[in-house]
Design a protein around this ligand. Sequence first.
Ligand code: ATP
Ligand code: MG
Length: 471
Amino acid sequence: MQIWLYSFCSPHSTFVSEVNSALMLAGITVRAHTGDESSGPGLVIVDSADPDMVEFVRASSQNGVRRVLVALGQGNDCASEDGWQLLDAGASDVLTWHELPNPGKVIAARLERWQKIDALVESPLVRQNLIGQSRTWRLILRRLVEVACFTDTPVLLYGETGTGKELAARLIHTLDPRRKERELVTLDCTTIVPELSGSELFGHERGAFTGAVAARDGAFALADGGTLFLDEIGELPAALQVQLLRVLQEHTYKRVGSNVWQRSDFRPICATNRDLREEEQQGKFRRDLYYRLATWSVTLPPLRQRVKDIIPLARHFLREAHPGEEPPPIDSRVRSYLETRSYPGNVRDLRNLILQIAARHVGEGPITMGDIPADERPAAPPTAMAWCDRSIEQALRRALASGLSLRTIRHTVDDAVIRLVVEEEAGSLQQAADRLQVSLRTLQKWRADRRDGAMAPVSLQPDAQVVGAIG
Ligand SMILES: Nc1ncnc2c1ncn2[C@@H]1O[C@H](COP(=O)(O)OP(=O)(O)OP(=O)(O)O)[C@@H](O)[C@H]1O
Ligand SMILES: [Mg+2]
């Protein structure tokens, strides 16, 4: 095991050597931080609060993509807000060194867990089926892998339509060492008819009702030892919510027409595009059931939050359309069309579009604009104002109604735009500056001002480059 080490300690501090020997004893090889892109996990040690440490953690962790631990030494004057700030900047954890029973072992255990998770996230099984390398998607994959391999509790998957909830449920089942050898049973709660559901869920005995000519297993029995995927759980009728609760609590149920208790040990994974938490608060979904199902919850992001994944996904679907062949390249105009189109149906929407494009494309050479079906083409050529739709106008109306000045509104918008781009560029100010066509210095000033608690003062100057570029 290896870790890079970076110290924010004073030159006379003994903390550095203390950390080095603890890591060595735990079998961890320590190397200096080089800033190299491929550098593995790191440890930042701090013995007194340093104004640069948060930015260092943000840059070295690439906003949480790379694992960076922060260890605070004895007598450090970091307030707990600093801890939250460090986590917010991408630190994987903040450790108070002298409170750990055996700091070297604590760190070794974390490195070992991360190695296992990262190896699975990078495995062909995951990379070839759940496409995407954006920061948002990679963090979700890590969470799915961790939930699958290191827990055996229920999982609730949230997400808009077409974001990959079913795909995620399959991944959890396939990676779960306790469940993968057995069945993944899917039950679509939208198709359950309350009167017949007893049989669908519990199974029935022969002769239990008219037409029950033979005994039949229900979903609970089929999923024994495996996973039960309850899709669209938000649609489950109230009467069935009670029945499900009992099976989840006791793991026992009776077949329709039988008095004998059966046992079933399955892992429930539920998916929904509704806000079950809100529905539970409004009394529309049983609270006790909600808390049993949502031991772990994972929210799959809409495609608009992972724009960087659009082209890799498009290539994946082109490959699907031409199995066994090298997919055609996509020319720059089509790429930019794909990246700026809106996708209300998320990845499914993109897939449908790409399959149509693939069917129209003929001959060698790249996919070109003519391959886009006519009803998919933008109505009018995109203009600089095309993005400024009603939702923006509504937000601006609210700002005006609150009496905000043009200057304040402008600064808020500048700040939001910069924040979004910096997030999308995984914290890289240089890349964000290139995209926004402003200087690196402008964004460095923006970040410094945010750190000091000021609100985007970078755009307060009428001649500041940010105002000129995006105002
Ligand atoms: N990351 C991904 N990589 C590859 N294919 C994906 C990815 N996410 C979704 N898909 C594909 O998009 C389609 C929709 O995915 P899925 O059915 O899992 O979505 P869903 O969230 O369950 O949607 P719904 O709420 O409508 O049921 C499927 O064809 C799936 O294979
Ligand atoms: Mg689904």
